[in-house]
Design a binder for this molecule. Structure first.
Ligand code: ATP
Ligand code: MG
Length: 186
């Protein structure tokens, strides 16, 4: 498919790799799309809780036209503030809920762009089933642009992508002892 007018939407973009910038690149694209009156939804995988995703507050308050669908349990323990590793049955249930949301959004076909944040990493971790997602990708309405973010994008996703950006970790202040900073990292 080659449209020299740049009017065709419906491609698959993947932002993956170990470096920082995957989710923020997706959010930057969302801003650009909304600026041009496009209808956007963001489905978050494995990103429950409300306290450490500043962009959601902004979107709820000032860009309510963006559909926000957070799924997943809170990975940060509210008491110890520590990250919870591993995958539980509850994590998988939340993953299923995320897939059901995508299914519904595809049936409704009301969006021009849908971001599936952390779908790559959630698949690699086994929170969601790779084959189920492939079925969804292959049945998606053809005009909906998709952005799939997260580390360790499965090869089967990459095979279907029109764009793959691999964020390379060259340096990250995290390794010099700087914790995640509100407003920059979350
Ligand atoms: P961002 O949301 O900042 O664009 P990301 O989506 O590329 O980051 P994730 O894998 O989703 O990265 O991780 C989210 C959080 O982890 C962010 O706070 C980010 O700064 C941090 N992070 C990203 N890459 C690394 C890394 N290589 N080492 C440690 N922390 C990282
Ligand atoms: Mg991310």
């Amino acid at each position: 498919m080659n449209d020299s007018r740049g009017e065709i939407w419906g491609l698959i973009q993947i932002f993956t790799g170990n470096g920082k910038g995957k989710t923020t690149a997706a959010l930057g694209t969302v801003i650009r799309a909304v600026a041009k009156g496009k209808r956007v939804a963001i489905v978050y995988f494995d990103k429950g809780g409300t306290t450490h995703y500043s962009e959601r507050e902004l979107i709820c308050d000032r860009l309510p036209e963006i559909g926000l669908y957070p799924t997943g349990l809170d990975r940060i323990d509210p008491i110890t503030n520590k990250f919870r590793f591993g995958v539980t049955e509850e994590d998988e249930k939340e993953g299923e809920r995320g897939l059901a949301i995508i299914r519904k959004l595809f049936v409704e076909a009301q969006h021009d762009l849908i971001v599936l944040d952390e779908i790559n990493s959630s698949t690699a971790l086994g929170i969601i089933n790779e084959k189920d997602i492939l079925t969804l990708l292959d049945q998606r309405p053809k005009n909906i642009e998709l952005i799939l973010t997260g580390r360790d994008a499965p090869e089967s996703f990459k095979d279907r992508a029109d764009l793959i950006t691999d964020m390379t970790l060259v340096k990250h202040y995290f390794y010099n002892g700087f914790a995640a900073r509100e407003g920059l990292d979350y």
